[in-house]
Write a protein of this length. Structure first.
Length: 277
């Protein structure tokens, strides 16, 4: 599943880099603060953001005074009550999440695999929510976990629904870092694969981001055909085997279509998750 990655602005926005102002620095520290495995050491937060320790320490003190961070023993910090409250309010008020959650539950029940919903933030896919089956193998990603678009099923799904020039800009021209031996590291190769993904209606991550993990995802489109996110399922390769992809892919596509139709004001009934679109 998606693992937290370096969330500096240059990584999020792909090939473009911008100078960091005070607000950018504050946002980067907040972003690092809410990553999984909290509490975080000051040194780790500085390394994640690429900012000097004194700068990070000063910002953390400001956040702590305002209730957005909580300091702990040994120089550790974690998200504070005000930040958690903002996150909870945002999650509760998100129309996309309200519409996606019942669809994810239905998809999980029909497929037996973890179903999840992700959105795009620059050149990364951000995990937002999921529905996890009872299983001996715990694969639930943490909320806010990220994975680059180029090596994830949700990423390929969203890239396939974007205008080609935008997808090309997000991927850049330099070789992409390999996450596994199967990661596609050539941006041109990823771009060349997107038309087939678009025609099929879903993307397959065949151990691109994590070894022994396979995923299927389809884009969610809002009003005007804008990419609102992606719905996907994920499993270990021996449970989500290659033979089941052809059967489950249309179900994932239908689930994403359900959320898309609801976002556009259509019926969006759960029954079409069966693949009868």
């Amino acid at each position: 599943m998606p693992n937290p990655v370096n969330t500096r602005a240059s990584h999020r926005e792909g090939p473009r880099a911008t100078a960091k102002g005070p607000v950018d620095k504050a946002l980067e520290v907040l972003d690092a603060l809410v990553q999984p495995d909290a509490p975080h050491r000051l040194a780790d937060l500085a390394a994640r953001t690429g900012l000097p320790k004194p700068t990070v320490h000063r910002l953390l003190q400001t956040f702590a005074d305002a209730g957005y961070a909580v300091p702990g023993p040994g120089g550790n910090y974690q998200a504070g009550p005000r930040l958690l409250g903002l996150a909870a309010t945002t999650m509760a008020s998100s129309r996309e999440l309200r519409l996606a959650r019942p669809v994810l539950d239905d998809l999980r029940q029909r497929t037996g695999h973890l179903a999840h919903f992700s959105v795009r933030d620059g050149a990364v896919a951000v995990h937002v929510t999921h529905s996890e089956p009872s299983s001996a193998y715990h694969m639930a990603p943490a909320a806010g976990g990220e994975v680059p678009l180029y090596c994830s099923a949700v990423g390929w799904a969203m890239l396939s629904a974007l205008p080609a020039p935008m997808a090309a800009e997000l991927l850049g021209s330099a070789p992409l870092p390999a996450r596994t031996p199967r990661t596609a590291t050539d941006p041109e190769a990823v771009l060349a694969a997107l038309p087939a993904v678009r025609e099929q209606g879903y993307a397959v991550d065949d151990e691109y981001a994590e070894q022994d993990v396979r995923a299927i995802a389809a884009p969610v489109l809002g009003p005007g055909g804008q990419v609102a996110g992606a719905v996907g399922i994920v499993g270990l390769t021996f449970t989500l085997d290659e033979g089941s992809v052809a059967m489950l892919g249309p179900m994932v596509r239908a689930a994403a279509g359900t959320v898309s139709a609801a976002l556009r004001g259509g019926a969006g009934t759960l029954g079409i998750v069966r693949g009868q679109e």
